[in-house]
Design a protein around this ligand. Structure first.
Ligand SMILES: Cc1ncc(COP(=O)(O)O)c(C=O)c1O
Length: 377
């Protein structure tokens, strides 16, 4: 098998009542954006093939938001397909792709799945998952054709500064001009309340590719719409050809809905950001109350964070018991091992569920922490 099994697949295939594992903001229901004009447009929609680069109108709206040219954008089937197309087009067998760990599992597994050499730079909880530029450059070689950084990082909500990305890009262009820097901005616009949205890296340097999607911040992962930006016209052409040779085009239905979502983006974001802020506040209080058992690094963006079960309270058998009891209580958790962390960590999504359900889940989890920490196994 080319791709290893990773239990993150259970997020798609098994859904427990209390879902603390999900990384998206609140799901959007079509009714939220439905009006007469929407319905009329839908009725008149011709179900033809889309274009290889993706809907012109959709690219125009994305280009406006990123302040780039629409011809520099390809619409992808989620960010996931942007990562796939970038690796496919930029690497040959024998080339290396470098990324960070912990990370979104498919990003790490795709490298070996496509037959390239995988290099992972371990980031640590103790250092708040900060990226050390010196260490990054020590891991790069002449065979490294693609570096993937995630901004903000899944599963931790860590954010690098744009200046750091710029410094890395500058140094790469002089020392490794054949290597591109892909910035995965899937969670960039998932912020809290009125916090400032972190700036995009799109268009700041020629060796940077950015990808993002409507999955997390807009709460529409089932739409499978994302985008890739590069100011390298040849790469954009190659990516369009690779897309045509794999999935032909995006679904025109998805693209139509995506346009309607982007037109209503301010309202969609406002509701989700207020909700995520409430979720974050509740999570903060919960972490404080449970200080004897757990610790964390507060996230800077993304409706997710990583929680660590303290070593002095949980041996590895107690960690297993914790997951088991959570599952029995109907709580879905994302095990740190899925992301290349230890199982002592779990990802907690605080922006997905309704607030009452989040409260209920955290309360149950407090009891589970107490019970498993007390259990001597
Ligand atoms: C960091 C990161 N990148 C990419 C993706 C893929 O998202 P999508 O293809 O739904 O846009 C995810 C999904 O969890 C993610 O966490």
């Amino acid at each position: 098998m080319k791709f290893p099994h990773n239990d993150i697949i259970s997020l798609l295939d098994e859904r427990l009542e209390l879902n603390l594992a999900e990384s998206t903001n609140r799901d959007l229901v079509l009714g939220e954006i439905w009006d007469e004009a929407f319905g009329a447009g839908l009725k008149a929609l011709t179900l033809e093939y889309g274009t290889s680069q993706g809907s012109s109108l959709l690219r125009e709206l994305i280009a406006k938001k990123l302040q780039v040219e629409k011809d520099q954008i390809v619409i992808t089937n989620g960010s996931a397909f942007g990562i796939f197309l970038s690796m496919l087009c930029l690497c040959e067998i024998g080339d290396e792709v470098l990324t960070v760990q912990p990370n979104f599992p498919p990003t790490m597994d795709l490298i070996t799945g496509l037959g390239f050499k995988r290099k992972l730079l371990k980031l640590s909880f103790e250092e708040a998952y900060r990226l050390d530029e010196g260490e990054l450059f020590q891991s790069i070689s002449e065979r490294t054709k693609l570096i993937i950084l995630v901004y903000p990082l899944n599963p931790t909500g860590t954010v690098h500064s744009l200046q750091k990305i710029e410094r890395i890009s500058n140094r790469l262009s002089t020392e490794y001009p054949d290597c591109k820097l892909l910035i995965d901005e899937t969670y960039r616009e998932s912020t809290y309340g009125k916090n400032r949205v972190i700036p995009t890296a799109a268009g700041i340097k020629d060796n940077i590719i950015t990808i993002a999607s409507l999955s997390k911040c807009h709460g529409t992962p089932g739409l499978r719409i994302g985008w890739l930006h590069s100011s390298d016209g040849n790469l954009i052409r190659e990516i369009g050809i690779a897309k045509m040779n794999t999935v032909i085009s995006n679904s025109v239905l998805d693209e139509y809905v995506a346009v309607q979502i982007l037109r209503r983006e301010p309202e969609i974001f406002q509701a989700r950001r207020i909700h995520a802020q409430q979720g974050l506040e509740l999570t903060k209080q919960w972490v404080e109350v449970n200080d004897p058992f757990i610790e964390w690094n507060e996230p800077l963006a993304g409706a997710l964070c990583c929680i660590k079960l303290k070593e002095n309270k949980f041996n590895l058998r107690q960690v297993d018991a914790f997951y088991q009891l959570a599952k029995q209580s109907g709580i879905q958790l994302a095990n740190g091992e899925w992301f290349g962390e230890s199982k002592r960590f779990f990802r907690l999504g605080f922006g997905y569920m309704e607030i009452d359900k989040l409260k209920q889940s955290l309360k149950r989890l407090t009891t589970i922490l107490q019970e498993t920490a007390a259990e001597k196994v």
